[in-house]
Design a protein around this ligand. Sequence first.
Ligand code: ATP
Ligand code: MG
Length: 234
Amino acid sequence: MSLLSVQSLTAHYGDMQALYGVDFGIDAGQVAAVIGPNGAGKTTLMRAMLGAGARTAGRIEFAGQPILGLPPEAIAALGIAMVPEGRRLFASLSVEENLRMGESAGRKGVWTLARVFDLFPILKERRHRPATALSGGQQQMVAVGRALMTNPKILLCDELSLGLSPLVVEDIYALFPAILAEGMALVIVEQDVGRALKVATSVTCLMEGRVVLQGAPGDLSVDRIAQAYFGAAA
Ligand SMILES: Nc1ncnc2c1ncn2[C@@H]1O[C@H](COP(=O)(O)OP(=O)(O)OP(=O)(O)O)[C@@H](O)[C@H]1O
Ligand SMILES: [Mg+2]
């Protein structure tokens, strides 16, 4: 039994179908990368696991329990959290207040404010500053820290590297081992396919709402991924 399993998931926005029978699964301590071109349905898939976004049908099980149709608060309480694309921090709140929002939304566990400050010392230094006064990379750290403070069993990260310099992206990815060591599972949406292949234990490539390729990175050649992205002519 997977920690999280998605079976035959479909998603609609009004009449527009965004996902067509997607299957996906992840276990504790794993990193599942979801890749695919713009509009492929990556964010829709992640938000469906959170009980948000499009109208969905099919089956999603978390630790053996069906969760499709549960309200987002119930799913968060079970232990699924997301670092949304674009960070979505509360502009009028300080760094510390933003982090504490995670604490009140989630479960108790190893990720406390002190622990997040250990992981990101710069946030401790700037804890009383408004979140929006921080650099993009530091704001991303707040977004990750806030999600960690809900003590999820699965953390969904939607394009963590968007708009960040390569060095900052390195810093953020360098945190993964510490997060995984706590037994958490990570689902990452990543534009940089090379980076995704490096950190992931499984890769799912979506294209126009369908899984076109799925497997362990070692079994997927760059050629096959390029083909999945660009069609057989590539
Ligand atoms: N709120 C919405 N209302 C209507 N259509 C939407 C909505 N959100 C997404 N879509 C459509 O659903 C499809 C999948 O979008 P989604 O955002 O899941 O793709 P994505 O793979 O995350 O793309 P990107 O790489 O650009 O973030 C696209 O055709 C998109 O236009
Ligand atoms: Mg997206």
